[in-house]
Design a protein around this ligand. Sequence first.
Ligand SMILES: C[S@@+](CC[C@H](N)C(=O)[O-])C[C@H]1O[C@@H](n2cnc3c(N)ncnc32)[C@H](O)[C@@H]1O
Length: 289
Amino acid sequence: MDNRVKPHVPVLLAEVIHALAPKGGGKYIDGTVGAGGHAEALLNAAAPDGKLLGLDGDAEALRIARETLRPFGERAILIRSNFTRLEMVAAEQHWIPCDGALLDFGLSSMQLANPARGFSFQSETLDMRMDDRAELTAAEIVNTWDEAALADLIYLYGEERLARKIARLICEQRPFHSAQSLANAIERGVGRRGKIHPATRAFQALRLAVNHELENIETVLPQLERVVGPGGRVALITFHSLEDRIVKNFFKTNAAWRNLTKHPLQPTYQQTRENPRARSAKLRVAERL
Ligand SMILES: C[S@@+](CC[C@H](N)C(=O)[O-])C[C@H]1O[C@@H](n2cnc3c(N)ncnc32)[C@H](O)[C@@H]1O
């Protein structure tokens, strides 16, 4: 162990390991390897020879994961890829069938905290791409989409009641070149009520659109049944209701899986205090029949 400050605290870690029950000789996939926190625990639990295939679209995340997982040598294979290509990558790596898979959707603390990425209200850019090879940025949406399209986006992906008002003020005051100026304009326009920043929902909408986050979840879920072998499990962590609804409905209607979590697992009060990012996390687990 070294003394570096951990950049990202994995959410529901013990619950994920318990759910996947990794074993020696097993092959596992982490489709959102991030800083490698879950992956590290998975590999430890799968000692001495269980293996992990880790994917992430973010080059910086993968660099950190490589360092975290270095002690495992060839037991960890890391590949920069969108998880929408999970089945293809798994096939290329001879990882089908595997014994379990984890998807921990959303952003890592490093992405959120880095002002250059444009995810936080203080950011000096308006980017929000998880993968910098992608073309669409938040700035393009904010500065070029027409008012009706922006209102629909903020309403549907942000579940924001004030979507029309926010879309109008964006169109009146653009161009915006930083998340900070956008967040301030929204705050001035709609006022501050309650604890959450008034731009929270609009920011969520932009992020989901820039990264095609909901479409990506829809794309990866059906691939899991072709990748995970019988008796293998999947653990899926979502961070807001739009994501969770997709996962929940998928397992409800799909005959390939036995749903092991009628109610999703959520962090305890203590876990949320130690890791505020975990606040809205929901873990669903299913077993391949
Ligand atoms: C919440 S973090 C995962 C943290 C990780 N479980 C850990 O313990 O460090 C989510 C990660 O998924 C990645 N990600 C999100 N959507 C992705 C996608 N469609 N394809 C590949 N990676 C994605 C993000 O770049 C981010 O690093």
